[in-house]
Write a protein that binds this ligand. Structure first.
Ligand code: ATP
Ligand code: MN
Length: 446
């Protein structure tokens, strides 16, 4: 069963104009069988699309036709046949088969429909994720997500970032806090890391200068929302000799690059999802936190409670302000900068002139936060003060603080949630749709 004998082409690689009359081998799943009496069709599906296998009764070997009709839906088959250009068929061709081999039969009934004719609840889809992913809409999401991650890697390599892997089993919390999953680590307690933050900063002291990591983060958040996961994928960067402005520039350029690549390279998947991708315009608009407060309090009457300096921008305000920006600029992406120092983690750099605000930012998309970033506090004393100001214990950060005493350059960075990036790009209703096997409060399997 060598691959060489099982597939010469993916379905979408056949070009009816140049491949007409050629013998090809396709392998995939039986998407549908239609027996219309005089003519029988099998629709074969692989991850690239669907091909129609056409058998005219009078012209087809009786045994072959009989075998074809007996295939069950979603079985794995391999078909050897001749390409015939046919404008009305999917991808503009049909296959006239010479052999149809059943490679592995699917049991019936199927746990879920794959043709899109029956709408399934998200929970049912996730329970049967292996088969849900055969639906072309689901496949499209993950083909696009793959391109998103590829484009980000390419973009960051081109901008002199090196890829790193930091530990996910850690002894201390990144930011204190309670959103941690404890695990047993031999005879000690350890945690699943909520962010690579501390490690990527330590690498700045090592002189790596520009690092990135695309990896899992774990958050023991109990809430059940459409934008929170308990295991997410973070796209993290950290860069030296840079401030928050430099970091924002890299971030907005990265987002535009991803959108541009997806629009160009994933046209078919976008069409399957009915998404008309609008590439964001550069530069992204920046609103200072206090400006946002002013607008929310004075120009957005729907807001329920007036906001004061130091308040977090809650979900309702986030949505209303996102709409406000969109109506004003026609853009979905924007920055909120200059957050109060006390609302941001200890590693954000306080502003030199106004220490009550920090050199920090969030990058937003209409309805949610996509990224947080900042220039970091790179001076040992400032950092220790800020750790204490958050009520945390300096001693438990010793491994992190040491590098700051032996040559730490100024630096900054950000983290973007990969799933939220894909979710907002494709207008998905729920972040779980952008994860192969999501982990949430209730779901630990599959
Ligand atoms: P939020 O306030 O929206 O819960 P956060 O401020 O706690 O997010 P950060 O710690 O700033 O999140 O993490 C950086 C980015 O990682 C976020 O902007 C988001 O895109 C993503 N992210 C963080 N937590 C989650 C999560 N639980 N599920 C999905 N993505 C997440
Ligand atoms: Mn954040």
């Amino acid at each position: 069963m060598s691959l060489k004998n099982l597939r010469t082409h993916f379905v979408s690689e056949i070009n009816p104009a140049t491949d007409d009359g050629k013998t090809v081998v396709l392998s995939g799943w039986v998407h549908e069988i239609r027996d219309l009496g005089g003519i029988c069709f099998i629709v074969l599906r692989d991850r690239s699309g669907r091909a129609q296998i056409t058998m005219v009764k009078k012209k087809t070997d009786a045994q072959l036709l009989d075998d074809a009709k007996r295939q069950s839906r979603e079985s794995v088959i391999s078909v050897v046949g001749t390409v015939k250009a046919e404008a009305k068929a999917p991808n503009g061709y049909e296959i006239i088969p010479t052999t149809i081999t059943l490679i592995n039969e699917a049991a019936s009934p199927l746990p879920m429909d794959t043709t899109g004719k029956v709408d399934a609840e998200l929970d049912t889809r996730l329970d049967n994720r292996f088969i849900d992913l055969r639906r072309e809409e689901s496949t499209a999401v993950f083909l696009i997500r793959s391109q998103v991650q590829k484009s980000i890697r390419e973009f960051l390599y081109e901008n002199k970032f090196m890829e790193t892997c930091t530990p996910k089993i850690v002894a201390a919390a990144t930011e204190g806090g309670t959103d941690l999953f404890p695990i047993s680590y031999f005879d000690r307690e350890a945690f699943l890391n909520q962010s690579p933050q501390l490690f990527k900063q330590m690498l700045m002291s090592s002189g790596f200068d520009r690092v990135f990591e695309i990896g899992p983060i774990f958050r023991a958040e109990e809430h059940d929302t459409r934008k929170h996961l308990n295991e997410a994928t973070s796209i993290d960067i950290e860069m030296s000799f840079a401030d928050h402005e430099d970091v924002m520039e890299i971030l907005e350029e990265m987002i535009v690059r991803v959108y541009t690549d997806v629009a160009e390279k994933c046209a078919k998947s976008l069409e399957v999802l009915g998404v008309d991708l609008k590439i964001p315009a550069l530069p992204f608009k920046k609103y200072e936190y206090e400006e946002v407060l002013d607008i929310i309090n004075n120009e957005i009457p729907e807001i329920e409670t007036k906001m004061v300096f130091g308040d977090d921008i809650g979900t309702q305000a986030e949505h209303l302000f996102g709409e406000y920006v969109f109506n004003k600029t026609g853009e979905s992406h924007y920055f909120i900068t200059a957050w109060p120092t006390k609302t941001k983690p200890f590693y954000a750099m306080p502003n030199a002139e106004r220490p009550e605000i920090s050199n920090s930012f969030d990058m937003m998309h209409r309805t949610m936060e996509l990224s947080s970033g900042a220039q970091r506090a790179h001076l040992y004393d400032v950092l220790c003060d800020q750790i204490r100001a958050k009520g945390l214990n300096v001693d438990s950060f010793e491994f992190y603080l040491k590098p700051f005493q032996f040559g730490m350059p100024p630096h900054g960075g950000f983290g973007v949630g990969c799933e939220r990036l894909v979710m907002t790009m494709l207008e998905l209703d729920n972040v779980r749709e952008a994860v192969l096997f999501p982990r949430d409060r209730r779901r630990l399997s599959p």
